[in-house]
Structure formats: structure tokens, C-alpha cells
Design a protein around this ligand. Sequence first.
Ligand code: G1P
Length: 290
Amino acid sequence: MRVRKAVIPVAGLGTRFLPATKAIPKEMIPIIDKPMIQYIVEECVGAGIEEIIFVTARGKDAILDHFDISFELETTLRAKGKADLLKICTEVSQMVTVTAVRQKEALGLGHAVLTAKSAVGNEPFAVLLGDDLVVSKVPCIRQLISVFEKREQPVIGVMQVPREETGKYGIIGGKEIAGSGGKLIQVKTMVEKPKPASAPSNLACPGRYVLTPKIFELLEKTKPGAGGEIQLTDALAKLPDNGGLLACIFDGRRYDTGDKLGYIEATIAFALQRPEFKKSVRELLTRYSQ
Ligand code: G1P
């Protein structure tokens, strides 16, 4: 069973980044010179995904335009002989096939995923959340797809978080799978944003999932949960009794770009990885920390 499609919910209002997000989607805010959403799509492409299904809403057209051909821009760059810039633009438009479904009401992440049901069809698929960027040798979603291909069970990416932060995430509880080197867990429970005292562990899911159409059946029966929203976590929590759910402690560094400080951190970290900026950014950081 190959994973060919990825669902990326992008319908959120992005209120945490107002006023920047008044007229542009938060997913289009750049880290250096690339919109955040492009890093997510590149993770998918690097993992062998062939089609992206954006779950979108009013005011989000810029995301689709970004991955489309920009005829005027490309014609102008070609006429001016700007081959390097033309290459940057065409690479983005040729990166991957993109489709979109509209989530007409903001009823929660679970509802957003359910909106993609007919676009996904009867095959396994990935889900990636745009606020989480993961830097790793092997793309994070590829690590999960590899587990799925071997074990044929839905799998979610998890990472250790400090106990006091469990209230920000979907948290799993379960049993380590023998022989997996501590990397795979057979999930028994999953709770959305539990208080530290009631959290089943400190293993949190930062928005990377490989699922099967079974989740749609479960989402259809899922009632509004935390925050009055239809939560993906609540449907995932039913998987242990409906064929199983695995969690994989992925390799990589995750940045929470939905948070302002996380966004600043990601900008610095990504700049330090770019050969053309590395030295000057280091110098700037030293100067500003004195
Ligand atoms: C969502 C999910 C949560 C997950 C988190 C990762 O929450 O509901 O389970 O851990 O994304 O970023 P949100 O941050 O949208 O409130």
C-alpha cells in the first residue's frame, strides 16, 4: 500500500500572527525567503508524496497560487534573462500536483481531515500540520511512511515534551514494541491537550500522521471535544480498538512556527543552515547578545 497523497489543513484564521495574517494566509509568512507552507510541501515531496490536498477556506487562495504557474512573472523573468530566478519559480510550480477542498465552517482539525474524504478516496494518506516544521535527515513524514509500509497500521509521529507542556498537544499512552529500539509504541490511549497530572505520558504528536480511510468512519461518529471542536485526536483514540495505532518517535528537530518565539527560533536556525548567511548571522547574534 503506497502513500501517494498528503492532506494539509490550511483553513485556520492564523489569529496568533495578527496583524500579519489580516490579508495573507499565515502559511504564506516566510522563513527567510520561502513561505512556511513550502517547507511542509517539500517534506512531502522528499517523502515521495505525489499529490497534496489542501483543506482550505476563504482568503487562502495565495497558497494555491504559490504552487501554480505564474505566467506573467515567468514570462518577464524569461524576457529579462533572469535564469536563476526563473528556475526558483518554475521549481515551485512543478513541485507536485495540488488540489484543494473547502472547509466551509471552522469545526476543528478532525472536521478538516474529514472534508478531504472524497479527495483521498480509498487509500492510505499522510496528514501534516503547517505550524510544525521538522528538520531531519530523512523527512519526518517519510520516517512514518516507512513504518506504515512495514507494519500496515496507521502511525503518528511523537516526540518527548516537558510534562508542563502536555496541554498544548495530543498526547499518547501505550506500550513500547519489543525490538524497535524504543522507537515504536503500540498506542493504547490518546488524549487531546491533557493537564500534566492526567497526561498518559509526555509523548506528544506535533502534527505528522499516516492514516487509512478507517479514520473517516471514526471521524463521522466523533462529537465535538476539547474547545468544542471535532478533534482528530478523539477519532485517533478509537483506532486502538479498530485495527490499531502506532506511534513513532521520529528523528529530527521540530520548530513550533505557530508560536512567535518558535518562529523566531526557526528563522535563526534555518538561516544558520544556509551557507550564504551562516557567518553573518553568527556575527549578528554575537553582536546582539552583548
Ligand atoms: C493540533 C492537534 C494536536 C497536535 C497539535 C500539534 O492542535 O489537535 O493534537 O498535538 O496540533 O501542533 P492545535 O495546535 O491546532 O491546537
